[in-house]
Design a binder for this molecule. Structure first.
Ligand code: P1T
Length: 401
């Protein structure tokens, strides 16, 4: 069923046939608990008894915790990676990675990034003299030309937030590594999850997630994570995780671990609903353009088919009017909630120019197409017909008669 849906759209990469089993079993062995819990217990202890000084598996809740440990193993397994690390938010994961740099280093970013990531590089990293540039990656050769002798990280997001651009990640990785093997390539894979895109297989060093979104999927946890294979880099980031203290709570680890058990099923339904909504919007007279990489109308559709095994429920669209109509549309929605975030079971709608991407400089926003008639949707798990009816009535309502 899953494979048939994804093949029907034309995605060429296989969906991992063992994904559900991995999500359900990696790190979950009841034998690791003396009580043989079938479901991992929540270990809220902030410290652990030592039989003799340093004779202990866990010493202090910030440096490690059984529930975080098993979640990190499970998350690494879903990316077919050796190592996983969790942080207190997606931006926390970004902060930890950038913390391994020093003043004078440079980060080359793609130009369309989640507004919070953009803000971190411009306003926080810059205070530590860590330089960043934001370059369009449509032409991988041109993007790679922006690599400098002091470039230490290439920061990718694909598809991008909020305009759903897709980059040729494999070619960018090859070109980057041909310039220097030491440049760390990070791919923010929040929108697709390891179910639909495998960053390490495409040549990246680190897969990064805002776990807050699809991985948790229930809009009740803020968390970030990374998955990677390089042992030295892992040890450096493990040290950073403890030294910066950017760690998630044991209860949040429990919730995310539980959510992962249904990730593959949720992603299938998000894809199905997202495509149904996208196809409906494409035909609507009030819509100028739909940005959905799973639809043939998307300029990077072929690239998406080649690199992914499916697509999520996030899409954006331009309507034919202005800010006033955007506001009216958003306030008319009844099933979709007007709210930031994405990837939860409930459908959300927002206006990036005023909300998630307000911190991107105004000139850059216009260049990127983040205009006042751009609306982003996170299509959830409600019944597709209800979502379409809701959008239809809000689109009818947006214009004063
Ligand atoms: O919110 P947090 O867990 O810190 O994750 C930050 C983040 C990182 N990367 C991407 C691609 C993201 O979309 C986000 C967070 N994004 C939103 C809150 C949003 O509404 O787009």
């Amino acid at each position: 069923m899953a494979a048939a849906d994804n093949r029907a759209v034309g995605f060429k990469r296989e969906i991992d046939p063992h994904f559900g089993t991995k999500a359900g079993h990696i790190g979950q062995e009841p034998e690791q608990w003396s009580s043989m819990d079938a479901v991992p217990p929540i270990s809220v202890a902030t410290t652990f008894k030592q039989l003799a000084p340093t004779e202990t598996k866990y010493e202090y809740g910030r440096s490690g915790n059984p529930g975080r440990d098993l979640l990190e193993r499970c998350l690494a397994g879903l990316d077919d990676a050796k190592y996983g690390l969790c942080f207190s938010s997606g931006l926390g994961a970004l902060t930890a990675i950038v913390s391994i740099l020093k003043s004078g280093d440079h980060v080359l970013c793609v130009d369309d990034l989640y507004g919070g990531c953009n803000r971190f590089f411009r306003h926080i990293a810059s205070r530590f003299q860590i330089e960043s540039s934001f370059i369009n990656a449509e032409d991988p050769e041109k993007f790679a030309e922006a690599i400098k002798p002091n470039t230490k990280i290439v920061w990718l997001e694909s598809p991008t937030n909020p305009t759903l651009r897709v980059w040729d990640v494999e070619t960018i990785c090859k070109l980057t590594k041909s310039k220097s093997k030491d440049i760390i390539i990070v791919l923010d894979n929040t929108f697709l999850t390891p179910y639909f895109q495998k960053p390490l297989e495409l040549g990246c060093d680190i897969a990064l997630y805002s776990v807050t979104k699809y991985l948790n999927g229930h809009s009740d946890v803020i968390m970030g994570s990374i998955a990677l294979n390089d042992q030295k880099l892992y040890e450096q980031l493990l040290f950073t995780q403890n030294s910066t203290g950017i760690v998630p709570s044991p209860i949040d680890c429990f919730l995310v671990n539980r959510s992962l058990k249904t990730l593959h099923i949720r992603m299938e339904e998000h894809m199905r609903n997202g495509l149904a909504v996208g196809r409906f919007l494409e035909k609507h007279p009030n819509i100028e353009k739909v940005l959905h990489p799973g639809l043939p109308s998307h300029p990077h559709h072929q690239l998406a088919l080649n690199q992914w095994s499916g697509c999520s429920g996030v899409l954006s669209f331009y309507h034919k009017y202005g800010l006033k109509e955007s506001k009216k549309f958003l306030q008319s929605l009844k099933v979709f909630m007007l709210a930031e975030s994405l990837g939860g079971h409930e459908s959300l709608a927002e206006i990036p120019s005023l909300m998630t991407h307000a911190s991107v400089p105004a000139g850059d926003r216009v260049k990127l197409g983040i205009t006042d008639n751009l609306i982003r949707l996170s299509v959830g798990l409600e019944s597709a017909n209800d979502l379409i009816e809701d959008l239809d009535q809000a689109l009818k309502n947006m214009k004063d008669r």
